[in-house]
Design a protein around this ligand. Structure first.
Ligand code: B1M
Length: 212
């Protein structure tokens, strides 16, 4: 298993998007669990990418190529990762907050919600407060999910909550927040209803908030 996981990590680190699906298939055929490919392969290598990026050992084009490779691999892994039940449990509006263009983690959260039977309205990245407010008003989701990866954008989560309060919509939706720099303490401070450290726990938290 270590060998194929290392090959997957190398392919992501060097941005070989054309080879990643064959490697993921090889790992699955060798009975490596999809969750291990995700954690020990993709997420572990993205941490290494982040470290190299912060030390200026690699730069944005390489990071983008790594991100694209991971997303291509995830597309193949998706059916193996999501839960098999597909009972409709609610509607989620989700986005990466204003100023934040990271979307791989947010896309994983979408994937897990879809797998759990939620209807997902993904607003994408760098989403302005007003767009979240509009969608809460028009789509009437039970859950609003906000993602932030870049510390300077964390306070945009509070701006969304304040904008919903100003629009008289705060009590119409449960808000969950997440992303690498986000913590339970921060979630409590900004008045979110819940925090989740990863995509699967985001679904569990949403279900808990909805009383399921
Ligand atoms: Co960015 N970046 N980046 N980057 N980038 C980080 C986040 C960083 C930690 C790297 C580093 O320096 N070590 C650092 C942030 C430091 C900080 O703020 N504390 C950083 C920086 C500084 C930047 C720029 C400023 C770089 C620059 O321009 N000089 C810039 C900022 C752009 C912006 O947003 N305004 C930038 C740009 C980029 C790229 C565009 C090049 C690219 C993004 C491509 C894309 O997403 N399509 C990129 C990438 C790829 C990364 C790293 C390397 C990988 C992120 C990733 O996809 N991880 C990242 C380092 C790292 O995270 N190790 C880094 C894998 C993903 C599965 O994990 O997204 O954490 P993650 O999602 C997890 C959980 O966080 C959680 O669930 C997921 C797993 O289950 N989760 C939620 C996420 N959202 C959730 C929502 C929830 C619940 C859980 O509920 C709603």
């Amino acid at each position: 298993m270590v060998d194929i996981i290392n090959k997957i990590k190398d392919a992501v680190m060097s941005g070989q998007a054309d080879q990643i699906q064959a490697l993921v298939k090889e790992a699955l055929a060798a009975d490596v669990k999809a969750s291990d490919i995700l954690k020990e392969g993709f997420i572990a290598v993205m941490d290494e990418v982040g470290e190299k990026m912060s030390k200026d050992e690699i730069f944005i084009p390489e990071v983008l190529a790594a991100a694209k490779t991971m997303q291509t691999g995830l597309d193949l892994l998706k059916p193996y990762l999501v839960e098999s039940e597909s009972e409709y449990t609610g509607k989620v509006v989700i986005g990466s907050v204003k100023g934040d263009v990271h979307d791989i983690g947010k896309n994983m959260v979408c994937m897990m919600f879809e797998g759990a039977g939620f209807e997902v309205i993904d607003l994408g990245v760098n989403v302005p407060d007003e767009e979240f407010v509009e969608n809460v008003k028009n789509q009437q989701p039970q859950i609003l999910a906000l993602s932030s990866l870049y510390t300077p954008t964390m306070l945009a989560m509070k701006d969304v909550i304040d904008a919903l309060t100003d629009a008289g919509l705060r009590d119409k939706v449960k808000i969950i927040v997440g992303g690498a720099p986000v913590t339970q303490l921060f979630a409590d401070d900004i008045g979110a209803d819940g925090y989740a450290p990863d995509a699967s726990k985001a679904v569990l938290k949403a279900k808990e908030l909805l009383g399921n």
